[in-house]
Design a protein around this ligand. Structure first.
Ligand SMILES: [Zn+2]
Length: 481
């Protein structure tokens, strides 16, 4: 049986596949909030029984101390490459729930879009990948490549136990290459191949200016106010254009090469429109295009600040404490540990006397990721997308982070192609998240053809492409040193 007939089979079962996706979306698998522990367990059970029913072996939970990952394998293609397929079953919290037009865990179809929390990030693309494997096994009795499936449960909380899982189960996870269902498409009309993504560092900090909140008439004007100090510190992070003003942090950011800048600007992209679509105005590091700002430069954001009284009515106090959460998107070549230390040193240096600063560092930092251009994953994806669309795919980098890409490269030497089918307008992490239903058919066909192409590749070509890239990057480092 040919790949064509597998594609025909998948497309013929489109509605059945859509229904399975809806079933998965009804499970509220929010990883960050213990109130959803049951939803996390239900999602694990849903996947375990699905993987077993499609005939995978070694189906099990891989426990690293947090939410376990779901694993299954198929070893029936001796001599062929082994491809690890990555997805995640956890989703972001649905809040603010009242902003959803239909409930977040009751999938609803409107105007060719499937609305539900996790539809785009990333249950939609995960289901596509799993259905393709299931179709090969059922219709053809085997896949073009050996398969290992790894579905993480902590992607939305920055993968705190991923390293432990890889440490404990490294042998199970060995593969020639990984294809990720996470990390989507940059454009609905231009075929793109994801060559890399930014990394991520997160921190929380708080300030304390007195033993307790005090009366603003009795103490106001005579002592520091914690929320004012927080505002001052936050204001010190950027200049008036939005460029980061922490010299030690920026010293660790390599200048992007000519080639990287050309690649960043190679995607036809209307930056002004992209920004106006969310009702915002352009504001960012001068000297870089919007695509460069989003993919080649670091960005530091305060994700939330709180302190003092924010309830109804008035309460005239001088607050004694204030809190903030920060995230830094890491540029290619930047060291997450150095970046996190630079931010912490800046906070300490800008904290005035008499103010207690405390910093919580979850130490979950991940580096940016870059896939070598000549890697068989890229060559195969290029061929599949060129044939599917009649257009030459454009190589792009992503602004968001898929922590597993950098961690698997570092710990297992495995390169990742991010081959998700979600699109940038799908409101991930926000109310009314959706998945374009047309992406299901496109994804099913592309994933089946990609596995077919990888089945034609020589196993050694994966390792040699990775080694070549490693040598090139070492050579580049010694040139700049
Ligand atoms: Zn996400």
């Amino acid at each position: 049986m040919s790949v064509d007939s597998i594609v025909q089979d998948l497309l013929g079962r489109h509605d059945e596949i859509l229904e399975r996706l809806c079933e998965f979306l009804r499970i509220p698998s929010v990883s960050t909030d213990p109130a959803f522990a049951e939803g996390m367990r239900d999602a694990q059970q849903f996947l375990l029984s699905w993987l077993k029913s499609m005939g995978l072996s070694d189906v099990q939970l891989l426990d690293g101390g947090g939410h376990p990952a779901v694993y299954g394998a198929w070893h029936g293609a001796p001599g062929k490459p082994t491809v690890l397929i990555y997805g995640h079953y956890d989703v972001m919290p649905p809040d603010p729930v009242e902003a959803w037009l239909t409930p977040p865990f009751e999938p609803a179809i409107r105007d060719g879009r499937l609305y539900a929390r996790g539809a785009s990030d990333v249950k939609g693309s995960t289901v596509i990948a799993l259905e393709v494997v299931a179709a090969f096994l059922k219709k053809q009795g085997g896949c073009p490549v050996n398969i290992k499936i790894f579905l993480e449960g902590e992607e939305e909380t920055s993968s705190p136990s991923l390293r432990t899982i890889v440490d404990r189960f490294g042998t199970l996870l060995q593969a020639d290459a990984m294809i990720s269902a996470d990390g989507g498409r940059a454009s609905p009309v231009i075929p793109t191949i994801n060559m890399g993504s930014r990394g991520l560092v997160e921190l929380e900090f708080s300030l304390r200016t007195a033993d307790k909140d005090v009366h603003s008439g009795r103490y106001g004007g005579a002592i520091r106010n914690a929320t004012h100090e927080m505002a001052r510190i936050i204001a010190s992070l950027h200049d008036e254009h939005g460029a980061i003003t922490i010299p030690a942090l920026m010293a660790g950011v390599p200048q992007p090469s000519h080639e990287m800048r050309a690649q960043a600007n190679g995607l036809p992209f209307d930056g002004a429109r992209f920004i106006s679509e969310v009702g915002a105005q352009a504001h960012g590091e001068p000297g870089f295009s919007v695509r460069e700002q989003l993919t080649l430069r670091p960005s530091l954001d305060v994700n939330g600040i709180w302190g003092g009284y924010t309830g109804p009515g008035t309460k005239t106090i001088v607050p004694n404490s204030a809190y903030a959460k920060l995230s830094l998107r890491i540029a290619p070549g930047q060291d997450p540990r150095q970046a996190s230390e630079a931010i912490k040193a800046h906070l300490r240096a800008n904290c005035p006397p008499g103010v207690d600063l405390s910093i919580v560092d979850p130490e979950t930092g991940s580096s940016a990721f870059s896939l070598p251009t000549r890697h068989p994953l890229v060559v195969s994806a290029r061929k599949v997308l060129r044939e599917a669309t009649g257009q030459e795919p454009v190589l792009v980098r992503l602004g968001p982070t898929v922590p597993i890409t950098a961690i698997f490269r570092e710990m297992l030497g495995v390169e990742t192609l991010m081959f998700g089918f979600n699109l940038p307008d799908e409101d991930i992490h926000a109310p009314n998240e959706f998945f374009h239903i047309a992406s299901i058919a496109q994804g099913l066909s592309a994933w089946a053809r990609l596995l077919g192409e990888l089945g034609q590749c020589d196993r050694d070509s994966f390792r040699s492409a990775a080694n070549e890239a490693e040598e090139a990057s070492l050579a580049a480092q010694s040139l700049t040193a």
